[in-house]
Design a protein around this ligand. Structure first.
Ligand code: SF4
Length: 311
């Protein structure tokens, strides 16, 4: 059944009194993190692109925001996007996006990013471009002109007048089976990557952490279909919620879902296990201790044979 028609059935859980279910404060709330990897996206006055030092990319990631309207099918407890304030237009202005991306790439390649306040004092190796990420203030696969955006980014890369770069799609999996997304993904090279979110192994925990509009079984089915066509990297974020870690049973169920995916043909090149690196907007949503993240990654490796790393 299409995602849209299931929305009524799989409503987001209602806001809770303790704030877990509520919307988070505006972007920018909370103390800035001092580490390079903890820095938030820097929009540099652009509308469609931003730069961030990304832990998972291990360096500079230039992002393209495919959701100026902030549309998302999840409402994760750890999300840093301010969904309280209205978004902008529904579609991406592809020409404007391309001009901004080209300008930012030129700045980066000319070594000018390090002169900006935001990136000052960072070691030069952190300012080497690791990827151009198709991401955004919502779920990129819900972007109505997803394929046009990918085509433009691929075109910019293929012109040959600048160093090449890897393209990474960062998605929660909701729209990966739509025709426009499939058409866009067809344009990617084999070395480009798709990072798909999987934070839960049970519907109950999925609703607690991701507060989705789609059921877990449907996301798993989409991940499977996609990963049979090309390898994916699974991204799994485990937050502390009200000071509590995910239960051992939940972690085991999550590991089981990965095993099941692998057993039926999913190509999973890596599992990235991490927690909320950016300051959480909700005081009850925190960072899981490293030893707990290491335990989860170890369980994944042992039970599934998949490569799993803590980021
Ligand atoms: S999927 Fe991403 S954009 Fe959507 S709510 Fe979760 S963290 Fe935010």
């Amino acid at each position: 059944m299409p995602v849209e028609s299931r929305r009524k059935k799989f409503r987001r859980p209602a806001a809770s009194k303790n704030g877990l279910g509520g919307r988070k404060p505006a972007r920018g709330a909370g103390k800035p993190c001092e580490t390079a990897f903890g820095r938030r996206r820097n929009r540099l006055d652009y509308q469609h692109v931003y730069a961030v030092i990304s832990q998972r990319a291990r360096g500079l990631s230039i992002g393209v925001n495919l959701n100026p309207d902030k549309k998302c099918s999840f409402d994760c407890v750890y999300c840093e996007v301010d969904h309280e304030t209205a978004g902008r237009e529904r579609t991406v202005d592809v020409k404007a996006m391309a001009a901004e991306l080209e300008h930012l790439l030129t700045m980066q390649q000319g070594g000018r990013l390090g002169k900006l306040d935001w990136f000052k004092n960072l070691p030069p190796e952190l300012l080497e471009l690791k990827e151009v990420a198709l991401s955004g203030d919502g779920e990129p696969t819900l972007c109505p002109n997803f394929d046009e955006v990918v085509r433009e980014v691929v075109h910019l890369r293929s012109r040959g007048d600048r160093p090449s770069f890897k393209i990474v799609l960062i998605t929660n999996g909701t729209g990966v089976d739509s025709p426009r997304v499939a058409a866009g993904l067809e344009l990617l090279d084999p070395q480009d990557e798709i990072w798909v979110k999987l934070d839960a192994g049970t519907q109950e925990y999925f609703e607690k952490v991701n507060r989705p509009m789609v059921p877990l079984w449907q996301i798993l089915a989409k991940i499977l279909a996609l990963s049979k066509k090309r390898p994916v990297i699974i991204q799994s974020l485990f937050p502390l919620i009200d000071g509590k870690e995910p239960s051992v049973e939940e972690v085991e169920q999550y590991v089981k879902r990965l095993s099941e995916l692998k057993a039926v043909g999913a190509q999973i090149s890596m599992v990235q296990v991490y927690s909320a690196h950016r300051p959480p907007h909700r005081p009850n949503c925190g960072h899981l201790p490293l030893k707990s993240l290491s335990f989860i990654a170890q369980r994944v490796r042992k039970a599934t044979g998949l490569k799993a790393e803590v980021f």
